[in-house]
Ligand binder design. Sequence first.
Ligand SMILES: Cc1cc2nc3c(=O)[nH]c(=O)nc-3n(C[C@H](O)[C@H](O)[C@H](O)COP(=O)(O)OP(=O)(O)OC[C@H]3O[C@@H](n4cnc5c(N)ncnc54)[C@H](O)[C@@H]3O)c2cc1C
Length: 289
Amino acid sequence: MNRQSKMIIVGGGFGGLCAAQALKSAPVEVTLIDRRNYHLFQPLLYQIATGSLSPGEIAAPLRSVLSRQENTRVLMGEVQDIDPVSKRVLLADGASLEYDSLIVAAGSQSFYYGHESWREWAPSLKSVEEATTIRHKILYAFEAAERISDPAKRPAWLTFVIVGAGPTGVELAGAIAEIARQTLKHDFRSIHPEEAQIILMDGAPRVLPPFPEDLAEKAARSLGKLGVQVKTGLMVKDIDKEGLTIQNHDGINRLEARTVIWAGGVTVFGVGKDSREAYECGDRQNRSN
Ligand SMILES: Cc1cc2nc3c(=O)[nH]c(=O)nc-3n(C[C@H](O)[C@H](O)[C@H](O)COP(=O)(O)OP(=O)(O)OC[C@H]3O[C@@H](n4cnc5c(N)ncnc54)[C@H](O)[C@@H]3O)c2cc1C
């Protein structure tokens, strides 16, 4: 009897899940591996970060999504490496799985342009954990500002900076402005949340760089109406516990801000990078053999 062909899919995000579902009737044994046992609907992450949804509302267990698909099993595990020569996927816990064909759909992760230390002070918005960290930072900033006795120290707590004016940064800035101007407007006694500064910054000359110019202008106008200050054409030089150091046409400036959120860039997950390198290496090896 012929052995069923083994297909491994790494990642149960949009790409991996879609690939698994497309293989429903194919004569293959599909194994979908993800480090999390749920599919995360990332476009709604900023609503977790701003408290209007809870994590369970944007996460669906991969097992139940695929439970009726008999040729597919789901494994929770962290893929650490791929060996294209022996055709094995290597997991962080030491296990390894054999495949005939492989799909890597491991998504992306935030990229700090080599400044990994910024991650601690400026979380990004790629996972439920990061979204809840951001939610805590935003709400805690208002609480801290309310309790501070020296009014001169309040502005730094009431300054929210989002670095990166792509779609995530734009959405996040708008949502924080709505929280400050509407949701929390009547809830504090020592501070006026609606006076919070929400600053969206980018090195590019305008918001939403990959989008058509008229849409970017419209987005910038909407942000302005919400009270978001858009600062473009500047470079972040450093981020620390107290705020940011920025370079613009005036030179180097300091901005005190206790809440900084990174929406500045993404890169592929290590496994994608390594496997591409591994494939290139395997390919070279195969060609030279
Ligand atoms: C805040 C935010 C808002 C967005 N809004 C929109 C929008 O409005 N419209 C739109 O079209 N797109 C939007 N996107 C982009 C969209 O979510 C992504 O393009 C999409 O999720 C990419 O799908 P993917 O399957 O490639 O990766 P992902 O959805 O990231 O899935 C990758 C999966 O691989 C798993 N994984 C990664 N590495 C490993 C490993 N080593 N081992 C095991 N598992 C691993 C992860 O756990 C994850 O489940 C948004 C993204 C974000 C972050």
